[in-house]
Design a protein around this ligand. Structure first.
Ligand SMILES: Cc1ncc(COP(=O)(O)O)c(C=O)c1O
Length: 402
């Protein structure tokens, strides 16, 4: 009997398709670190790990909630006052949304999992901006779907509408937008958003729009999907990890636009919120304070980031062999590697790590079709650290002996 037992128990095909380059590469960095190399981490988009902190009133709100015994399971949909404050914020951006259409989640990450599991059947296709934030493809695959990348012009910040049209098939169920985008910093204009909503309407598709960086923009005023959505079936994802500097506290939300077509989703998706019980209650009190309390910290954070963005993009473009378009939002630069003598972008990033200790993320981790041949740098560290890392990158590229 025993001889027929297998060596390993099997895992699902679905889970083996899950990838997250941003964190997967840290495993290799740890090995390099063990060999005695100091690592300069430019891989994780977490402002709190680079010295930014939620303001004191927000920290106090969390502590006060704990001290006043708010330590029980919250309502599955979220704290009513918080849902109301979120609805107010999203309405001010133009979305037609009611408080009842807000679901508080454990970050945009959980929101994404819930949305994809609610709209995808095996074999369904989901359009993603090329390049995209990796969990989009991972969650699509995990729920049996197929991610399909569409082209985006990084210089002009425009989606390629013809490319999108050519990639819509009978199996397409949704178009995902990430604006401002991770990893490229592209921010879609009102005109582009309108074109995308129109295409989605023509083909009866969901629009899933991630606006987690909505207040981190540098050059032009931000336009949210709500401004152009009308009563189209739009699912907005947003959270507190970036603008509100609460990454480690894990909180985000889903907002359903006021569309008749979303009625079945509005009824079914909250079951997933109920089955996972609730999100962290003290954190919800902190999130409420971060929306309703003084907002000065956001503009201070963004003006500091703008200096870092300008510095990094200028430096990158001065390195022969690299070219970088100007990120209009978020906190990532996504340079293109011209004439890569290391082979793939992944080999480039690994060699850079081993030789210099500078940890970046290979572009193909954000989708091979459009991310390949690039790498991503987080410009959250202070200018001295960024300057050091960029000098190392320059030496690495120019030193033919490496
Ligand atoms: C576009 C985008 N969406 C979502 C997330 C993760 O959000 P959360 O921390 O709310 O799970 C990130 C984090 O880098 C991101 O870049």
């Amino acid at each position: 009997m025993a001889k027929y037992l297998s060596k390993y128990l099997k895992v699902s095909k679905k889970v083996s398709g899950v990838e997250y380059a941003i964190r997967d590469i840290v495993l290799i960095a740890r090995q390099v670190e063990k060999q005695g190399k100091k690592i300069t981490y430019l891989n994780i988009g977490d402002p709190v790990q680079y010295g930014f902190q939620p303001p004191q009133n927000v920290k106090d709100a969390m502590i006060k909630a704990i001290q006043s015994n708010q330590n029980y399971y919250a309502q599955s949909e979220g704290l009513p006052e918080l849902r109301e404050a979120i609805a107010k914020k999203e309405k001010s951006k133009g979305l037609s949304v009611y408080t009842d259409d807000i679901l508080v989640t454990n970050g945009v990450s959980e929101a994404l999992d819930m949305v994809m599991s609610s709209i995808i059947e095996d074999g369904d296709e989901v359009l993603l901006p090329g390049p995209y934030y990796p969990p989009y493809a991972s969650y699509v695959r995990l729920h049996g779907g197929k991610p399909v990348e569409f082209a985006v012009d990084l210089k002009n910040s425009t989606p390629d509408i013809d490319d999108i049209k050519s990639k819509i098939t009978k199996k397409t169920v949704a178009i995902c937008l990430i604006s401002p985008n991770n990893p490229t910093g592209v921010v879609f204009s009102e005109k582009s958003l309108k074109q995308l909503v129109d295409i989605a309407n023509q083909h009866d598709l969901y629009v899933v729009c991630d606006e987690i960086y909505d207040q981190i923009v540098y050059d032009e005023k931000f336009t949210g999907i709500g401004k152009v959505a009308g009563d189209s079936p739009v699912i907005l994802l947003n959270g507190f990890s970036k603008v509100h500097l609460m990454s480690g506290w894990r909180i985000g939300y889903i907002a359903f636009n006021n569309s008749q077509k979303l009625a079945p989703l509005r009824e079914n998706l909250p079951k997933l919120a109920r089955v996972r019980i609730s999100t962290n209650l003290p954190v919800q009190h902190a999130a409420l304070e971060s929306l309703c309390g003084p907002q000065g910290y956001v503009s201070e954070f963004v003006s500091e980031l703008k200096k870092r963005r300008d510095f990094v993009v200028k430096q990158l473009n001065s390195i022969p062999g690299l070219s970088c378009s100007n990120p209009k939002g978020a906190f990532y630069a996504f340079p293109k590697i011209e004439n890569n003598r290391y082979g793939t972008d992944q080999e480039f990033v690994l060699e850079l790590l081993k030789k210099t200790g500078v940890l970046t993320v290979h572009g193909s981790g954000f989708g091979t079709q459009y991310g390949g041949g690039h790498f991503r740098i987080v410009f959250l560290p202070d200018v001295n650290t960024l300057g050091f890392a960029l000098d190392e990158i320059e030496k690495f590229i120019s030193n033919a002996n490496w």
